[in-house]
Design a protein around this ligand. Structure first.
Ligand code: F6R
Ligand code: MG
Ligand code: MG
Length: 364
């Protein structure tokens, strides 16, 4: 049996209402486009979180396949047409170029792809997040693949005991670096603790060399040289039999951490795990959300999804996220709720500074 590729490609091509959700008409259009791809795909699902439309595809073309990327691009174009017809908000906002040149990387859509030999049983989780950035997955991926207090398999499963290899991308300098854990744990943390610049891109099993996780690391704001929309990320994680158990993969989300990207891409808030039905962020355009869709692969077919955060065991995490949201909101336009100056996606600072220039009296 040849290898299977899981490609998760997402874009915000128009919101309903404002930036809060994806209209059903866009999802229907996306399904229609992917169905028409015939045998190019083994299987597909269309999903969404907030205003981000996600195409989950399986196929035999490998990662970075021009045919798959073109299919995704054309699907987003068709959905943009639909969004324009309904005058949805920000129609086509993540499609940065008019001409497709063989690969959607760097063009706007977020891409997380992995190719592997399907195991006798292959459970995967597709995470989709809205109102945040790719580095939002740094902390949970660290916990899943490197923290024995989260993942007891690192201690007691012989197939995981060697640890995992982390590939980290410097999104500003466009460079990447690899760390072997647990040996280089402290070195890794120097970087991934700064998630706006350093993002975990891949995780690999040291035991087998197999890919274990992948994150979309596009940063739209840097790609366009100006703010054009948020780079709300997706992430795929393989589970069980030498990989972390499903419950170890979901566990970090039980303690919501603070991430950047809330309201106007310029505020910090808790990442709230939620079900598909709860994935419409409307409180101050948030708080940031993450949905987890579970699948079993069967010869590349997607058996699922199972809506993993619908479990009431995550109710307390949601409650805690709401309490943190209340607390953070009290700061209004003050840091650290509002991002620091360099990270904000909206600012009036240069304009106001210019207008008041004459009123600044030099000191000393
Ligand atoms: C977009 C987002 C929103 C917008 C905000 C202002 O995903 O997070 O918070 O930034 O609604 O949107 P505009 O500037 O389009 O009116
Ligand atoms: Mg939007
Ligand atoms: Mg979004």
């Amino acid at each position: 049996m040849s290898k299977v590729t899981v490609s998760v490609i997402k874009a915000d091509v128009g919101g309903f209402v404002g930036h809060s959700s994806v209209h059903q008409a866009l999802k229907d259009r996306a399904e229609e486009c992917l169905r028409q791809a015939g045998t190019l795909l083994v299987d597909f699902r269309v999903s969404s979180v907030g205003d981000d439309l996600t195409l989950i595809m399986t196929h035999r073309q490998g990662v970075d396949s021009p045919a798959i990327h073109e299919l995704a691009w054309n699907t987003f174009l068709a959905c943009t047409e639909e969004a324009r017809r309904l005058k949805l908000y920000g129609a086509g906002q993540d499609l940065l170029s008019d001409a497709f040149a063989g690969n959607v990387r760097g063009m706007g859509p977020g891409v997380a792809e992995m190719e592997f030999e399907e195991r006798p049983s292959e459970p995967i989780v597709v995470f989709m997040a809205d109102k945040t950035e790719p580095g939002a997955f740094n902390l949970p991926l660290y916990r899943i693949f490197a923290d024995p207090f989260n993942t007891s398999g690192l201690v007691i499963d012989p197939k995981m005991h060697a640890g995992f290899r982390f590939e980290v991308m410097d999104v500003r300098e466009k460079a990447q670096v690899t760390f072997d854990l647990p040996e280089e744990l402290y070195d890794l943390l120097v970087f991934i603790g700064a998630p706006s610049r350093f993002c975990i891109k891949h995780v690999f099993s040291k035991e087998t060399g197999d890919v274990a996780a992948v994150v979309s690391t596009q940063r739209l704001s840097l790609m366009a040289g100006r703010y054009v929309g948020k780079d709300d990320p997706v992430c795929v994680v393989r589970c069980q039999s030498g990989m972390p158990a499903l419950g170890e993969v979901l566990e970090p989300f039980a303690r919501p951490h603070l991430v950047a990207g809330w309201m106007r891409g310029s505020h910090v808030g808790p990442l709230m795990p939620c079900s598909v039905a709860q994935a419409t962020p409307t409180r101050f355009d948030g708080p940031p959300r993450v949905v987890a869709l579970g699948f079993q692969l069967a010869e590349g077919r997607l058996v699922g999804p199972q809506d993993l955060f619908a479990d009431p065991a995550f109710d307390r995490a949601r409650q805690l996220a709401l309490e943190i949201a209340d607390y953070m909101r009290q700061h209004g336009p003050f840091e650290p709720h509002r991002l620091h100056l360099e990270e904000m996606e909206y600012t009036t600072m240069p304009e106001v500074m210019k207008r008041l220039a004459g009123r600044f009296v030099p000191l000393g």
